[in-house]
Structures are given as structure tokens and as C-alpha cells.
Design a binder for this molecule. Structure first.
Ligand code: ZN
Length: 344
């Protein structure tokens, strides 16, 4: 398997100070990939800045100019959670462009699959505003790019970040060509992502929310993947799968209450890869969203690459969570979601 990764030092120059979403995240990932010598097995994909035309596939002109202006003025807070430095605009252009480049490399056959190791993240960014550490919606821009440039008709976005990708949902809410599937803690930030939000108009069935109670671990996530995501993906028959890969679902992450282990992420990736192999010639692109415990983040991303490379199992030095929270029974919830979406 030829697996690509996107990285560029510009991503470190989005300087957020003491913010939980900071440059140490990517530094930890890259240094772990180097120490474990995994990086040598991967193909480097050089990112580029997204063009304004590409940003406009998703965002309003006013939003793009605002981000550019705040950077020119030296940075500042855009809202309660989201801060910029002078280089953040350029980093954000490269985060969107890096996810586009990963997508191009997979579709052109330069690599079998790819992971864009970028920041700032994207899935909370809406057409008109920055939100939740996100400036531009990297995955949504790559999806719109693939739809227009390669004339694709069906793309699935799987979002396993612990937070609901409200921005991505909003962008594709009335677009039947993109099936947005999200597993997330609920009720929780940003408040969206209920079962009843299923898309509108011609896209009535192409938003699929799996809102999970806090305390879910590997078994509950795998249940959701096998019983909801797999049948939904098979029915949709995508030509490309994009993944909003957020690792704040790990048990050690302090932003949320989920109990997923590194092993759990590896199993989720294995299912996603199997679906991509079965349904769309393996065309699979990951883009980094959240994940704030540096050890867990680095180990989980290594495990993701191991799975993409075709390894059958991984080493999980962090192990299973100390069971502080009893795992909820999500069987009735899964049954309800399957009914709402009439899954086979
Ligand atoms: Zn998150």
C-alpha cells in the first residue's frame, strides 16, 4: 500500500499561544512518526495554498476577507474559542490546500490513500463564520473541489471527532451528492447533530447523525460503525470517502467524556478502509480535526497510518481507559437511527 501524508511547517505558524489547539499537536505527531520510523514508509505530498476560487466553493467572500484582514492586523480573537496570529491566514490556506492535494493524489493514483496532517482544523467552520478553532472547512472544500474538478457524483464524509461537525453539516445540508455521517458526544458542543437532522429537500437522507451519550468506548463505536455507518455507506455507493479525523474521542482527552482507545481508532479505520476498498477503489482521504492529549493523538495517528498500510493490528501502549464511567447501552439508539434512515 502506498500511503501519503501532507505536512508543512506553515501549519506551526498558526500561533494560538496557550490555546489547547496549538502547534505542539502537529510537532508531537511528526516527531512520533519519525521516532517510530513510520514516516519512512509514507509518501510525502507537498501541500499548496488553496486559491480564493477554491475557498469560494464553500465560504462567502466576506468570511474569507475577514480572516485575511484579521491576519493583516496582527491577529486576534474571532469568537470565544477561536484565535488568529499574523500567519494564520496563510496556514489556513495551506490547511485547505493540503486537504485538496491529498484528495488529488488519491484520485490521480499517486497514492492509495492519504492523511492531511494540517491545522487549523475545519469541521466547525460554516460558510460565513469561523468557529470552534476552525477558520476554513478543509474537508468540505476538498469535497466540493472533488465534485467539480473530477465530476464526482457521490462522496461520503465520515466525521469521528468527538464534536459534531456543524459546519460540514450546514454546508452539505441540501446537497444530495455528499453523505455526511458524524459520530459525536451529544448533547455537547456545538449543540447540533440530533438524529432528526437528516438533510433537506433533495438531500433529505444525506445527513446521518449518530449522537452518542458520554462514556461510549471501543465497543459502542464499533457497534455504530458496523450497524449504521457500514450499511449506510454501502447503500450510498460513494466514489470517494473523506474522513474528518478527530482524536478527542480518546479516553485521555480532557475536552470530552468518550472512552475510545488507540485500538478502537485502529478498528474504526480498518472498517473505513474496508468500505473504501469495497466501494470506491480504496479512494480514502483523512484530514486532521481535533485531538488534544498529545500522547494519545500521536499514537492514534500512527495507528491510523498502520491500518492504512495494511497492518492487521497495532501496539496500544496507552491501553484501555480506567473505567470511571459505565459504558451506556446504545442498542435502542442504534435501532432508532437505523429506523429513521431505513437502513438495510
Ligand atoms: Zn473536536
Amino acid at each position: 500500500m502506498n500511503v501519503g501524508f501532507v505536512y508543512h511547517p506553515i501549519y506551526l505558524k498558526h500561533d494560538t499561544g496557550q490555546h489547547v489547539e496549538n502547534a505542539k499537536r502537529l510537532e508531537a505527531i511528526i516527531s512520533h512518526l519519525e521516532q517510530t520510523r513510520l514516516k519512512e514508509q509514507l509518501t510525502a505530498i507537498e501541500p499548496r495554498a488553496a486559491s480564493i476560487e477554491e475557498l469560494l466553493l464553500v465560504h462567502h467572500n466576506r468570511h474569507i476577507s475577514q480572516i485575511q484582514e484579521v491576519a493583516q492586523k496582527g491577529g486576534g480573537w474571532l469568537e470565544v474559542d477561536t484565535v488568529m496570529s499574523p500567519d494564520s491566514y496563510q496556514a489556513a490556506l495551506y490547511a485547505a490546500g493540503g486537504t485538496i492535494r491529498a484528495t488529488e493524489a488519491v484520485i490521480n493514483g499517486e497514492v492509495n490513500s492519504a492523511f492531511a496532517l494540517v491545522r487549523p482544523p475545519g469541521h466547525h467552520a460554516t460558510p460565513t463564520r469561523a468557529m470552534g478553532f476552525c477558520l476554513f472547512n478543509n474537508v468540505a472544500i476538498a469535497a466540493e473541489y472533488a465534485l467539480s474538478k473530477y465530476e464526482l457524483e457521490r462522496i461520503i464524509i465520515i466525521d469521528f471527532d468527538v464534536h459534531h461537525g456543524n459546519g460540514t453539516q450546514e454546508i452539505f445540508y441540501d446537497n444530495p451528492q455528499v453523505l455526511y455521517i458524524s459520530t459525536h458526544e451529544y448533547p455537547f458542543y456545538p449543540g447540533t447533530g440530533s438524529i432528526e437532522e437528516t438533510g433537506s429537500g433533495a438531500a433529505r437522507e444525506t445527513t446521518l447523525n449518530i449522537p452518542l451519550p458520554g462514556g461510549c468506548g471501543d465497543a459502542e463505536y464499533l457497534q455504530a460503525f458496523e450497524q449504521v455507518i457500514a450499511p449506510a455507506a454501502k447503500r450510498f455507493a460513494p466514489q470517494l470517502i473523506l474522513v474528518s479525523a478527530g482524536y478527542d474521542t480518546h479516553w485521555s482527552d480532557e475536552l470530552a467524556l468518550m472512552q475510545v482507545s488507540v485500538t478502537g481508532f485502529a478498528q474504526m479505520v480498518k472498517i473505513i478502509k474496508r468500505l473504501a476498498d469495497e466501494l470506491c477503489n480504496g479512494h480514502l482521504v483523512f484530514s486532521l480535526e481535533g485531538g488534544y492529549n498529545l500522547n494519545a493523538l500521536a499514537a492514534s495517528i500512527k495507528a491510523t497510518f498502520d491500518m492504512l498500510l495494511g497492518c492487521s493490528d497495532i501496539e496500544d501502549l496507552l491501553g484501555q481507559p480506567p473505567r470511571r464511567i459505565a459504558a451506556p447501552d446504545i442498542t435502542p439508539l442504534i435501532k432508532k437511527i437505523r429506523e429513521v434512515h431505513a437502513l438495510p
